[in-house]
Design a protein around this ligand. Sequence first.
Ligand code: GLN
Length: 242
Amino acid sequence: MNLKILWIYNDLMDLYGDKGNAEVLRVRCEKRGIACEIDKKSIGDEIDISDYDLFFMGGGADREQGLIYRDLLARKRSIVKAMEEKTAFLLICGGYQLFGKYYKDQDGEVVDGLGIFDYYTESTDRDHRCIGNIAVEVTMDGETFKAVGFENHGGQTKNVSASLGKVLYGHGNAFNCGEEGFLNDQVLATYMHGPLLPKNPKIADLLIKRALKKRYGDVTLEPLDDTMEDQAREVMLKRLKV
Ligand code: GLN
C-alpha cells in the first residue's frame, strides 16, 4: 500500500507550521509500513491532481493568497475531477477560504474563490481578527472527540453548510461563531493551524483512511502510541478549561 500526497503551494501557503501536517501524515503512514510520497508543487507547475490520494493546502496571509489564487482558479476543472474520483482534501485557513465563493480582505479587495462550496469569507477591518488558541468538538466519520489548534484570521466565513465541529473555546468560522470549519465526505477544511495534525493524531488517521479509501477501499490502521500527543492536548484543553 502507498499514499500519494499533493502539497500545493508549499512555498507560499505554509503559516504557523502547516508543514507539520504533511510530515505527520508521512510518519504515521511509515510507522505502519505504508509508503508515503509527498509532492510539493506550486505556481505554474504541471500537476495531474487525479494522481493523488490527498490534496493538502495550507494557510497564507492576504499577500500569499493574492499571489496564488489565479493559479488555483485555473486548476478548477482538475480539482473538481479529483473530487469526483474520491480524492481526500485537507485545507487550512487561507486554503479553506479559497474553496468558497470569494475572500474579501480588510481593505475591501475581493479575491475570487473556486466556488466549489457555497460559503464566502469577508474581513471587517484591520483591528478585528480571530486570534488565539481554539478547541473544537469534532465529529468526523462517526467519531466525536476534542481537537485543539491555533487560529489567526481576519476573514469571517459564512454560509457554511456543514461544519467540522462545535467551538468549545475560541472563535471558529467567524467571531464567536460556535461552529468551526467545513466537512463533507472528502473535504476537511479548518481554521486550525498549530499545526493541526501533530496536535490531533486522530484527525491525521481519519484523513489517512479517507485518502487510502480512494484506491484500497476501507482499511483498518493499526493503532500507534499517541501518549505524548494526548498528554499535550490534555494540557491545552485544561488550560482552556474545556
Ligand atoms: N489571510 C486570511 C485571513 O486573514 C487567511 C489567514 C490564514 O491563512 N491564517 O483571513
